[in-house]
Structures are given as structure tokens and as C-alpha cells.
Write a protein that binds this ligand. Structure first.
Ligand SMILES: [Fe+2]
Length: 289
């Protein structure tokens, strides 16, 4: 039979945790990729939410070609005013996540330093990014890990009465919600936001996911303030339970692609004086149902 099939058969899939993620071994992303292999990777990603491939040497074009397996590359939306000088070229789909500066002191990327709560990329827009690829270039001596949690499994773990109560409701997703101090007089219209279905269906698998996250979900349709707080706390407990997670400790050369529809991700802190640089390229999604 053709080499293509043999190529796909050489892949070794190694689960990253019980709940989420697969490491793919036996692949070099600088080699030409045939259609069967690309389809296999996409199917595994859709089912397991995260693919990790280690030990890659990828330039911009190679990462772009890898991301393209999962859909159309997303155009970068204009960053909010206060962050614009962090993004040297908003038109370039390859984007550095770093606090590095060049020799003239200009920032080379965005998202700076420090911990970041669980979230999913662009959930506050009608058509969130479907997939995000992140390629590790410079990694600190400790910390700066990325934690992933499964929204498929979170949906499955919901108690029946809670799932029935939430069925058909929407959740308000707001950019930077988690960083707006309590009591601040910020109106929702002043922030990027979108009411998304609280349960979404992955068009590739037909599986349902609980589409909320600690950083950006501000409220659930039809609940008063006390109910809202209580229900969201319950949902964070389910999503962020240790057995629903995988924590990735990066090494240079790692590339991960995650599904923003069926997973959330968070970042741990690292020493202030150490650099952490990853290159991101994202894939456009569609309206969620
Ligand atoms: Fe993110």
C-alpha cells in the first residue's frame, strides 16, 4: 500500500492525562505531510482537545502550515488601546507571547508576565478562535506552565439537575472581566463581550462541552446575582478539578495545538527576571451552537 498509510501507522499516541490531551510521537513537522496524516491529526485533536508534539524546530512557515491542518488561519483583531504597543504587527498571524524587548526598548509581543486564570481564546467574540497553536522558544527555569482542562468531561460531570437547569441558557463572555476590580464602575458596553451558548457542540465530533471559564465568564442568563455566583463557583470546581486537567511543563521545541471549544487553559507564574517566549498562530472558528 502507499507510503501515506504507512506514515500514519508509524504515529504513536501517548495520553497526557486521563481527562485530556495526547502526545503524538514519530512525527517531524518539517517533513511534507500527506492528507491521511493531516486528517488523522485533526481527528485526534478534535477527540482529545490537545495535541503535543515535542522536539520540533519550526520557523514561522512551518508553524503556519501545521496550524493550517486545523482550519483557516485567523486574522488578528485589533488589540484594545492599552495593549496596542505590545503588538508590533497586528496584521502578522504569527505572534509572540513574551515580555521581551528589542535593542531600542520596543516590545516584541504581548501577554507579558505572570499567572493567567483559565480561559478560552476569543470567547467574547461571536466567532472565537477554534484552535490555537503555541510553539515554545525560550522557557524559564521554573514555572510558566500551561494547564489545560476538559470542557467535554466537565459537561459529562455535571449533575443532572444542574445540566437541566442550564440547558438552553447563554453565558456572558467578557474580555478582561477577571481583571476588572470588584466595584469598578465599568459598563459592559465598554468591554468586548458576547452572549455564547453555555453548552456548545463540537461540529467535528458531535460531543458537547461546557463553554464557560473563570477569567471571562461574567454571568449566566436568567440567574440573579446570588444564584449566578453560586452556580459559577460550582462550575469552576468541576472544570478545575485536578482530575479534569493536564499541566504542561514546556521545553523548547514543544508545539501544542488546542481546541478552544472543548478546553480551557491557564498559565502559572515564573521568576520575574526570566524570559518566556512562545510563538502563537491561531485558527478561525465559526458561530457556536
Ligand atoms: Fe489564551
Amino acid at each position: 500500500m502507499p507510503d501515506q498509510e504507512q506514515d500514519s501507522h508509524r504515529l504513536v499516541l501517548h495520553p497526557l492525562s486521563e481527562a485530556i490531551g495526547v502526545e503524538v510521537r514519530g512525527i517531524d513537522l518539517n517533513e511534507p505531510m500527506d492528507e491521511i496524516l493531516a486528517r488523522t491529526l485533526k481527528a485526534v485533536w478534535a477527540e482529545k482537545s490537545i495535541l503535543l508534539i515535542r522536539g520540533q524546530e519550526l520557523d514561522d512557515d512551518a508553524q503556519y502550515a501545521f496550524a493550517r491542518i486545523f482550519g483557516e488561519i485567523a486574522a488578528r483583531s485589533k488589540p484594545p488601546v492599552e495593549k496596542r504597543d505590545f503588538v508590533p504587527d497586528p496584521e502578522n498571524p504569527m505572534h509572540l507571547i513574551t515580555d521581551r524587548v528589542d535593542e531600542n526598548g520596543n516590545r516584541l509581543g504581548s501577554l507579558g508576565h505572570g499567572e493567567m486564570y483559565f480561559h478560552t481564546d476569543k470567547c467574547y467574540e461571536e466567532k472565537p478562535h477554534r484552535a490555537s497553536t503555541l510553539y515554545a522558544m525560550e522557557i524559564p527555569s521554573e514555572g510558566g506552565h500551561t494547564k489545560f482542562a476538559s470542557l467535554y468531561r466537565a459537561y459529562d460531570m455535571l449533575p443532572d439537575d444542574l445540566r437541566n437547569m442550564l440547558e438552553g441558557r447563554r453565558a456572558l463572555q467578557v474580555y478582561d472581566f477577571g481583571t476588572v476590580p470588584v466595584g469598578t464602575d465599568v459598563k459592559i458596553d465598554e468591554l468586548m463581550h458576547y452572549w455564547q451558548p453555555i453548552f456548545v457542540t463540537n461540529p467535528d465530533t458531535g460531543k458537547k462541552a461546557l463553554y464557560v471559564n473563570r477569567l471571562m465568564t461574567s454571568r449566566i442568563e436568567g440567574l440573579d446575582d446570588a444564584e449566578n455566583r453560586e452556580v459559577l463557583e460550582t462550575l469552576w470546581d468541576i472544570i478545575e478539578s485536578p482530575d479534569n486537567m493536564y499541566e504542561h511543563i514546556w521545553a523548547p521545541g514543544d508545539i501544542i495545538v488546542w481546541d478552544n471549544l472543548s478546553s480551557v487553559h491557564a498559565r502559572t507564574d515564573w521568576p520575574q527576571d526570566e524570559r518566556r517566549t512562545l510563538r502563537r498562530c491561531t485558527v478561525q472558528g465559526d458561530t457556536l451552537v
